[in-house]
Design a protein around this ligand. Sequence first.
Ligand SMILES: *Cc1c(COP(=O)(O)O)cnc(C)c1O
Length: 361
Amino acid sequence: MTERIFNFSAGPAVLPVPVLEEAQRDMLSLPGVGMSVMEISHRSKTFDEIIARAESGLRELMGIPSNYHILFLQGGASLQFSMVPMNFLPSEGSADYVLTGSWGKKALKEAKKVGGVNVAATMADGGFTRVPSREEMSLNPHAAYVHMTSNETIEGVQWKREPNVGNVPLVSDASSDILSRAIDVNKYAIIYAGAQKNMGPSGVTLVILREDLLQHIPENLPTMLDYRIHVENKSLYNTPNTWGIYILSLVCKWLQEKGGLAGMERENEQKAQLIYDAIDATDFYRGHADVDCRSTMNVTFRLPAEELEKKFVAEATAQGLDGLKGHRSVGGIRASIYNAFPRAGCEALVSFMKDFERRNG
Ligand SMILES: *Cc1c(COP(=O)(O)O)cnc(C)c1O
């Protein structure tokens, strides 16, 4: 096998080696099937079992109650920016959006095309470095829903607990921290996430949807944009991303074998802390997010000058630490360290950081 490097990419991102190995082993023929997963019908018994395993794996890991539907859709989290308001924002109504970074802004932009929106809070002024306090949010008690982004992937800002939104349905874009920690699904009406950060390859979008919401969906939506259709057809109205769902099912199995989300959460916190400690130890590195909302998944920081940041990325890449360049909109460095990212990679980054500062500080 050729050697794997440390992949800090924000997404598509690193996958667990045992998952890749199993997929590789069964690539030519799933055991007892004689064909690969990419070559079988999505209506076959074999695929039925795969999608059922993906669903039951998620239900067990996240403790998803039976009054929530689990959907495997396409179009990425970006299509959910439109589907959520098309299904749940009545033309006369209004939805609350809490903006803690770039993805929330994109979700808002799409909602505005559908109906009324209220920006309940925006952290743009501070450069998206934290989440708002309860007092900073002007929530509308009659809102159709409140939309939040549980982890802003670009800025590295994460909600550590859900905002209290009363009885208004809470919708969360959890694309970059789903399955990274235990959460109480009952606090949410909808959780959606593209798979390519923490669950599998790109091309599958997970939607967890509370049953009672279905009754609010208007008639005559385009079929593929109507959650009801996907619920009725168990995500098989059209051909889903069979390969992606298969990999997702293997990722769930890997997480279950690791002991579930509580253990994963502890590991993620420890991994992130290694890097944050290195940032906090010196003035050379400056963390982007406030300490109490910094992300365990995307660690964002700056160096004293852009030239140094370029040099940092180039030298790190040469040493097998790949994908550390920050998003073009915020610059700096971003270390994405999802579930499958090994602790050894965090340790390697920390020692590189210390060495780089010694030579350039
Ligand atoms: C990556 C990301 C998206 C966009 O996902 P796509 O699947 O590419 O549409 C949306 N929201 C968050 C928080 C993300 O990290």
